[in-house]
Design a protein around this ligand. Structure first.
Ligand SMILES: Nc1ncnc2c1ncn2[C@@H]1O[C@H](COP(=O)(O)OP(=O)(O)OP(=O)(O)O)[C@@H](O)[C@H]1O
Length: 299
C-alpha cells in the first residue's frame, strides 16, 4: 500500500507541478515547453465547446512526448497552443522559461520561425503549392539560418526520388513525410507534430519516427499527438487527454481520469484499461485522487 501511495503521489505531483527551477539556487528553467492552466474554447451557433479545461504539462528538451485521447478530446487544440499557432483563452505557455502569453505578434512570428516547428494534422497546410520538395527544404533552411543538403534531408524520409515534385503531385503520405522532415531542418528546439503518422504505412511511419527521435537526440523537445500504437510504443512519455483534461504519463501509473459516481462506484472511461498491459490495472486512492497503475510485475 505504501508503494501504491507513493506511486499515486508521484503521479499527482507530475500533473500539477508549478514553475520549474534548475539546480538549487539556479533560476534557469529546465523545461523546453511548459503550460499551466491552459484553457481553450470555441464559440459557434451551436454553443460553446470547451476544448481545453485547464491543462498543466511540462516537456523536457531531448525527449519525445505524445498526447493520446479520443477524437474530440482536445489534442489538436493543445498542440496548436503549444506550437504558438493559437493563443489560449486562459493560462500560460512558457518556451524555455519565457512567457509567451499574451506576447506581441512579432514575438510569436519570431518564435514560430526559429524556435517552434509545427507539423499540422493536414500536411498541405505546412506546404506551398509552387515549391518542389527540395525548394521547401532550402526555403526553411534559409528561414532558420541553417546550412543543409536538401537531398540528404529528403533521403532521410525516403523522399530522395521525389525531390523535384510539388505537393500537388505528391501522395498524402509523401506530403506528411515532407512536412515532418521540414520541421527538423536547422534543429529547432521545439517540434510539435499533430498526428504525424496518420497517413503512413509501417515503413514510412518508422522513417518519420526515426526523424523525430533524431530531433530529440539533437536536444529538441518533441511533442506529438496520435491515435497510432506505432507512435506510443516509440516515445518517452504518453499523456492522456480526455474532455480537455490531461493526465500524467499513462504508461507510468498516471493512468486514466477516473471518478467515483454518487453511489461510490468507480467510473472508468471505456478505453482506460487499453492503456495498461493485458488490459489490467490496479486502482489506487491517495491524496484525494483515484488513479490507475499497472499491476506489479512478478517479484
Ligand atoms: N475551430 C473550431 N470551432 C469550433 N469547435 C472546434 C474548433 N476546433 C475544435 N473544436 C472542437 O473542440 C473539441 C476539441 O477538438 P480537437 O480538434 O482539439 O480534438 P482532437 O482530440 O484533436 O480530435 P481528433 O482526434 O478528432 O483530431 C472538439 O469538440 C471539436 O469539435
Amino acid at each position: 500500500a505504501t508503494a501504491a501511495t507513493a506511486a499515486a503521489a508521484a503521479a499527482a505531483t507530475a500533473t500539477v507541478s508549478g514553475p520549474t527551477a534548475g539546480p538549487a539556487g539556479s533560476p534557469r528553467p529546465v523545461d523546453a515547453v511548459r503550460c499551466e492552466a491552459v484553457t481553450r474554447f470555441y464559440r459557434s451557433a451551436a454553443g460553446e465547446t470547451h476544448a481545453l479545461r485547464g491543462v498543466d504539462a511540462r516537456f523536457a528538451p531531448g525527449s519525445v512526448s505524445c498526447v493520446v485521447g479520443p477524437s474530440g478530446s482536445g489534442k489538436s487544440s493543445l498542440l496548436a497552443v503549444l506550437a504558438l499557432r493559437e493563443v489560449p483563452d486562459g493560462g500560460q505557455v512558457w518556451l524555455d522559461g519565457r512567457a509567451t502569453v499574451p506576447g506581441t505578434g512579432a514575438d510569436r512570428r519570431r518564435w514560430r520561425r526559429r524556435t517552434v516547428a509545427w507539423v499540422p494534422q493536414r500536411a498541405t497546410h505546412a506546404l506551398l503549392p509552387h515549391l518542389t520538395a527540395a525548394e521547401h527544404v532550402a526555403a526553411v533552411a534559409r528561414l532558420r539560418g541553417a546550412r543543409v543538403d536538401a537531398d540528404d534531408v529528403l533521403e532521410e524520409v525516403g523522399l530522395g526520388p521525389r525531390r523535384h515534385a510539388r505537393p500537388g503531385r505528391m501522395s498524402g503520405g509523401e506530403q506528411q513525410r515532407l512536412a515532418v522532415v521540414l520541421a527538423g531542418v536547422g534543429d529547432p528546439p521545439v517540434v510539435v507534430a499533430d498526428e504525424p503518422t496518420a497517413e503512413l504505412d509501417d515503413e514510412a511511419a518508422a522513417l518519420v519516427l526515426a526523424r523525430l527521435r533524431r530531433s530529440a537526440a539533437a536536444g529538441a523537445c518533441v511533442v506529438v499527438s496520435t491515435h497510432d500504437a506505432r507512435v506510443t510504443a516509440a516515445v518517452d512519455r504518453v499523456l492522456l487527454l480526455r474532455h480537455g483534461v490531461l493526465s500524467t504519463d499513462a504508461r507510468q501509473g498516471g493512468g486514466a481520469e477516473t471518478v467515483l459516481d454518487s453511489t461510490g462506484r468507480l467510473q472508468l472511461p471505456p478505453d482506460a484499461l487499453a492503456l495498461f498491459p493485458d488490459g489490467r490495472a490496479v486502482v489506487v486512492v491517495a491524496d484525494g485522487e483515484v488513479r490507475l497503475r499497472p499491476p506489479a510485475g512478478p517479484s
